[in-house]
Design a protein around this ligand. Structure first.
Ligand SMILES: Nc1ncnc2c1ncn2[C@@H]1O[C@H](COP(=O)(O)OP(=O)(O)O)[C@@H](O)[C@H]1O
Ligand SMILES: Nc1ccn([C@@H]2O[C@H](COP(=O)(O)OP(=O)(O)O)[C@@H](O)[C@H]2O)c(=O)n1
Length: 230
Protein backbone atom coordinates (compact mmCIF):
# COMPACT_ATOMS: atom_id res chain seq x y z
CA UNK A 1 0.00 0.00 0.00
CA UNK A 2 1.27 3.49 -0.83
CA UNK A 3 2.61 5.23 2.28
CA UNK A 4 1.19 8.58 3.26
CA UNK A 5 2.01 11.43 5.65
CA UNK A 6 -0.26 11.86 8.69
CA UNK A 7 -0.22 15.25 10.42
CA UNK A 8 -1.76 15.53 13.89
CA UNK A 9 -1.97 19.04 15.30
CA UNK A 10 -3.85 20.62 18.14
CA UNK A 11 -3.87 22.11 21.59
CA UNK A 12 -1.47 21.11 24.36
CA UNK A 13 -1.93 17.91 26.33
CA UNK A 14 -5.02 16.61 24.59
CA UNK A 15 -3.66 13.22 23.58
CA UNK A 16 -2.02 13.89 20.20
CA UNK A 17 1.13 11.89 20.90
CA UNK A 18 -0.79 9.05 22.51
CA UNK A 19 -2.94 8.54 19.43
CA UNK A 20 -0.14 9.26 16.95
CA UNK A 21 2.22 6.79 18.64
CA UNK A 22 -0.42 4.05 18.81
CA UNK A 23 -1.39 4.43 15.17
CA UNK A 24 2.23 4.50 13.97
CA UNK A 25 2.96 1.30 15.85
CA UNK A 26 -0.09 -0.45 14.46
CA UNK A 27 0.48 0.50 10.83
CA UNK A 28 4.29 0.28 10.89
CA UNK A 29 4.93 3.99 10.31
CA UNK A 30 7.62 6.16 11.90
CA UNK A 31 6.32 8.39 14.70
CA UNK A 32 7.85 11.80 15.33
CA UNK A 33 6.94 14.02 18.27
CA UNK A 34 7.83 17.48 16.97
CA UNK A 35 7.03 19.03 20.36
CA UNK A 36 9.85 16.96 21.86
CA UNK A 37 12.24 18.78 19.52
CA UNK A 38 11.13 22.24 20.73
CA UNK A 39 11.32 20.92 24.29
CA UNK A 40 14.89 19.68 23.68
CA UNK A 41 16.02 23.12 22.45
CA UNK A 42 14.39 24.62 25.54
CA UNK A 43 16.20 22.17 27.83
CA UNK A 44 19.46 23.13 26.11
CA UNK A 45 18.69 26.81 26.88
CA UNK A 46 17.99 26.03 30.54
CA UNK A 47 21.16 23.97 30.91
CA UNK A 48 23.33 26.59 29.19
CA UNK A 49 21.94 29.61 31.06
CA UNK A 50 20.34 31.04 27.92
CA UNK A 51 17.44 32.60 29.85
CA UNK A 52 18.04 35.99 31.48
CA UNK A 53 16.90 36.93 34.98
CA UNK A 54 13.47 37.94 33.62
CA UNK A 55 13.08 34.50 32.07
CA UNK A 56 13.52 35.84 28.51
CA UNK A 57 15.54 33.75 26.11
CA UNK A 58 18.90 35.27 25.07
CA UNK A 59 18.09 35.15 21.36
CA UNK A 60 21.45 36.10 19.87
CA UNK A 61 23.31 33.61 22.04
CA UNK A 62 20.88 30.84 21.14
CA UNK A 63 21.12 31.71 17.46
CA UNK A 64 24.91 31.47 17.60
CA UNK A 65 24.65 28.03 19.21
CA UNK A 66 21.96 26.46 17.01
CA UNK A 67 24.60 24.44 15.14
CA UNK A 68 25.69 22.87 18.46
CA UNK A 69 22.19 21.48 19.11
CA UNK A 70 21.68 17.99 17.71
CA UNK A 71 18.34 16.30 18.24
CA UNK A 72 17.50 12.72 17.32
CA UNK A 73 15.14 9.90 18.27
CA UNK A 74 16.00 6.30 19.12
CA UNK A 75 13.65 3.46 19.96
CA UNK A 76 13.78 2.13 23.50
CA UNK A 77 14.53 -1.56 22.86
CA UNK A 78 12.32 -2.68 25.76
CA UNK A 79 9.23 -0.55 25.22
CA UNK A 80 9.72 0.12 21.49
CA UNK A 81 8.84 3.72 22.33
CA UNK A 82 10.86 6.57 20.75
CA UNK A 83 13.19 8.41 23.12
CA UNK A 84 14.46 11.94 22.51
CA UNK A 85 18.22 12.50 22.42
CA UNK A 86 19.94 15.87 22.75
CA UNK A 87 23.61 15.88 21.76
CA UNK A 88 23.79 12.13 22.30
CA UNK A 89 22.11 12.13 25.74
CA UNK A 90 18.72 10.61 26.44
CA UNK A 91 16.61 13.57 27.64
CA UNK A 92 13.16 11.94 27.32
CA UNK A 93 12.27 12.50 30.99
CA UNK A 94 14.01 15.84 31.41
CA UNK A 95 12.08 17.49 28.56
CA UNK A 96 8.71 16.63 30.15
CA UNK A 97 9.10 18.67 33.35
CA UNK A 98 7.00 21.74 34.21
CA UNK A 99 10.18 23.85 34.02
CA UNK A 100 10.55 23.01 30.33
CA UNK A 101 6.77 23.33 29.72
CA UNK A 102 6.78 26.83 31.14
CA UNK A 103 9.68 28.01 28.93
CA UNK A 104 9.03 26.20 25.65
CA UNK A 105 6.44 28.36 23.87
CA UNK A 106 8.57 31.55 23.68
CA UNK A 107 11.50 29.45 22.38
CA UNK A 108 9.20 27.85 19.78
CA UNK A 109 8.09 31.31 18.62
CA UNK A 110 11.62 32.19 17.40
CA UNK A 111 11.95 32.12 13.61
CA UNK A 112 15.48 30.67 13.49
CA UNK A 113 14.50 27.85 15.90
CA UNK A 114 11.46 26.95 13.76
CA UNK A 115 13.49 27.09 10.55
CA UNK A 116 16.06 24.63 11.87
CA UNK A 117 13.52 22.20 13.32
CA UNK A 118 11.09 22.33 10.39
CA UNK A 119 13.99 21.51 8.04
CA UNK A 120 14.83 18.48 10.18
CA UNK A 121 11.17 17.40 10.34
CA UNK A 122 10.76 17.65 6.57
CA UNK A 123 13.90 15.58 6.12
CA UNK A 124 12.46 12.91 8.45
CA UNK A 125 9.24 12.75 6.38
CA UNK A 126 10.86 12.67 2.98
CA UNK A 127 10.12 8.94 2.47
CA UNK A 128 6.52 9.31 3.79
CA UNK A 129 5.19 6.52 6.05
CA UNK A 130 5.29 8.96 8.97
CA UNK A 131 2.93 10.18 11.69
CA UNK A 132 4.05 13.52 13.13
CA UNK A 133 2.28 15.49 15.83
CA UNK A 134 2.67 19.13 16.81
CA UNK A 135 1.21 22.56 16.13
CA UNK A 136 2.09 23.36 12.51
CA UNK A 137 2.52 19.96 10.88
CA UNK A 138 -0.51 20.21 8.60
CA UNK A 139 -0.09 23.92 7.94
CA UNK A 140 3.67 24.45 7.56
CA UNK A 141 5.77 21.28 7.82
CA UNK A 142 3.73 19.01 5.53
CA UNK A 143 0.96 21.09 3.92
CA UNK A 144 0.72 18.25 1.37
CA UNK A 145 -0.04 15.61 4.05
CA UNK A 146 -2.70 13.16 2.87
CA UNK A 147 -4.36 12.96 6.29
CA UNK A 148 -4.60 15.89 8.69
CA UNK A 149 -6.21 15.78 12.12
CA UNK A 150 -6.76 18.69 14.51
CA UNK A 151 -7.33 17.65 18.12
CA UNK A 152 -8.91 19.62 20.91
CA UNK A 153 -10.47 19.09 24.34
CA UNK A 154 -11.48 21.46 27.13
CA UNK A 155 -8.56 23.09 28.99
CA UNK A 156 -9.68 21.56 32.31
CA UNK A 157 -9.76 18.05 30.87
CA UNK A 158 -6.36 18.54 29.26
CA UNK A 159 -4.86 19.86 32.49
CA UNK A 160 -6.30 16.90 34.39
CA UNK A 161 -4.73 14.46 31.91
CA UNK A 162 -1.32 16.12 32.26
CA UNK A 163 -1.70 16.28 36.06
CA UNK A 164 -2.47 12.55 36.24
CA UNK A 165 0.50 11.81 34.01
CA UNK A 166 2.98 13.81 36.12
CA UNK A 167 1.60 12.31 39.35
CA UNK A 168 1.92 8.79 37.92
CA UNK A 169 5.59 9.55 37.17
CA UNK A 170 6.02 10.65 40.79
CA UNK A 171 6.59 14.31 39.88
CA UNK A 172 5.35 17.17 42.05
CA UNK A 173 2.48 18.87 40.27
CA UNK A 174 -0.22 21.44 40.99
CA UNK A 175 -3.43 21.24 38.96
CA UNK A 176 -3.76 25.05 38.94
CA UNK A 177 -0.19 25.54 37.69
CA UNK A 178 -0.75 23.00 34.93
CA UNK A 179 -4.05 24.57 33.89
CA UNK A 180 -2.37 27.98 33.74
CA UNK A 181 0.50 26.54 31.70
CA UNK A 182 -1.81 24.76 29.26
CA UNK A 183 -3.84 27.94 28.64
CA UNK A 184 -0.76 30.17 28.43
CA UNK A 185 0.96 27.90 25.91
CA UNK A 186 -2.21 27.76 23.81
CA UNK A 187 -2.30 31.57 23.84
CA UNK A 188 1.35 32.00 22.82
CA UNK A 189 1.16 29.19 20.25
CA UNK A 190 -1.97 30.68 18.62
CA UNK A 191 -0.78 34.28 18.55
CA UNK A 192 2.86 33.94 17.50
CA UNK A 193 3.81 35.45 14.15
CA UNK A 194 5.38 32.41 12.50
CA UNK A 195 3.24 29.31 11.86
CA UNK A 196 0.73 29.94 14.65
CA UNK A 197 -1.36 27.04 15.89
CA UNK A 198 -4.48 26.81 13.76
CA UNK A 199 -6.56 24.15 12.12
CA UNK A 200 -5.61 23.57 8.47
CA UNK A 201 -8.59 24.02 6.14
CA UNK A 202 -8.44 20.38 5.09
CA UNK A 203 -7.91 18.96 8.61
CA UNK A 204 -10.52 16.79 10.34
CA UNK A 205 -11.49 18.13 13.76
CA UNK A 206 -11.58 15.79 16.75
CA UNK A 207 -12.79 16.92 20.17
CA UNK A 208 -11.72 14.02 22.38
CA UNK A 209 -12.93 15.53 25.68
CA UNK A 210 -15.21 12.57 26.23
CA UNK A 211 -13.39 9.82 24.34
CA UNK A 212 -11.28 7.13 25.97
CA UNK A 213 -7.79 6.40 24.67
CA UNK A 214 -9.16 3.24 23.03
CA UNK A 215 -12.06 5.11 21.36
CA UNK A 216 -9.82 7.80 19.91
CA UNK A 217 -7.37 5.16 18.71
CA UNK A 218 -10.16 3.41 16.80
CA UNK A 219 -11.43 6.72 15.42
CA UNK A 220 -7.97 7.55 14.09
CA UNK A 221 -7.52 4.11 12.53
CA UNK A 222 -10.83 4.61 10.69
CA UNK A 223 -9.61 7.96 9.35
CA UNK A 224 -6.39 6.31 8.20
CA UNK A 225 -8.27 3.54 6.40
CA UNK A 226 -10.54 6.09 4.71
CA UNK A 227 -7.56 8.19 3.60
CA UNK A 228 -5.64 5.25 2.18
CA UNK A 229 -8.61 3.59 0.44
CA UNK A 230 -10.14 6.73 -0.99
N1 LIG B 1 -8.76 10.24 25.52
C1 LIG B 1 -8.01 10.30 26.61
N2 LIG B 1 -8.56 10.18 27.83
C2 LIG B 1 -7.80 10.28 28.95
N3 LIG B 1 -6.48 10.48 28.96
C3 LIG B 1 -5.86 10.62 27.78
C4 LIG B 1 -6.58 10.54 26.54
N4 LIG B 1 -5.67 10.71 25.54
C5 LIG B 1 -4.47 10.89 26.12
N5 LIG B 1 -4.57 10.82 27.46
C6 LIG B 1 -3.50 11.02 28.45
O1 LIG B 1 -3.32 12.43 28.52
C7 LIG B 1 -1.94 12.77 28.69
C8 LIG B 1 -1.52 13.73 27.59
O2 LIG B 1 -1.50 13.02 26.37
P1 LIG B 1 -0.43 13.29 25.24
O3 LIG B 1 -0.64 12.26 24.19
O4 LIG B 1 0.93 13.45 25.81
O5 LIG B 1 -0.95 14.71 24.72
P2 LIG B 1 -0.33 15.74 23.68
O6 LIG B 1 0.62 14.99 22.80
O7 LIG B 1 -1.51 16.28 22.94
O8 LIG B 1 0.32 16.77 24.51
C9 LIG B 1 -1.18 11.44 28.70
O9 LIG B 1 -0.92 11.09 30.02
C10 LIG B 1 -2.14 10.46 28.04
O10 LIG B 1 -1.98 9.16 28.54
N1 LIG C 1 5.16 21.56 15.76
C1 LIG C 1 5.26 22.14 16.96
C2 LIG C 1 5.29 21.36 18.15
C3 LIG C 1 5.43 22.01 19.35
N2 LIG C 1 5.59 23.35 19.39
C4 LIG C 1 5.85 24.06 20.64
O1 LIG C 1 6.36 23.16 21.61
C5 LIG C 1 5.53 23.17 22.78
C6 LIG C 1 5.53 21.78 23.39
O2 LIG C 1 4.88 20.90 22.49
P1 LIG C 1 4.33 19.50 22.96
O3 LIG C 1 3.66 18.88 21.79
O4 LIG C 1 5.42 18.73 23.63
O5 LIG C 1 3.31 19.93 24.05
P2 LIG C 1 2.31 19.05 24.88
O6 LIG C 1 1.00 19.33 24.28
O7 LIG C 1 2.71 17.61 24.68
O8 LIG C 1 2.46 19.52 26.25
C7 LIG C 1 4.20 23.72 22.33
O9 LIG C 1 3.47 24.35 23.36
C8 LIG C 1 4.62 24.71 21.24
O10 LIG C 1 5.03 25.95 21.80
C9 LIG C 1 5.53 24.08 18.22
O11 LIG C 1 5.63 25.30 18.26
N3 LIG C 1 5.38 23.47 17.02
Amino acid sequence: MKKIIIAIDGFSSCGKSTMAKDLAKEIGYIYIDSGAMYRAVTLYCIEHQLFDEKGQVKEEELKARMNDIHISFRLNPETQRPMTYLNGMNVEDRIRTMEVSSHVSPVAALGFVREALVRLQQEMGKEKGIVMDGRDIGTAVFPQAELKIFVTASPEIRAQRRYDELKAKGQEASFDDILYNVKERDRIDQTREISPLRQAEDAILLDNSHLTIQEQKEWLKTQFLKATHA
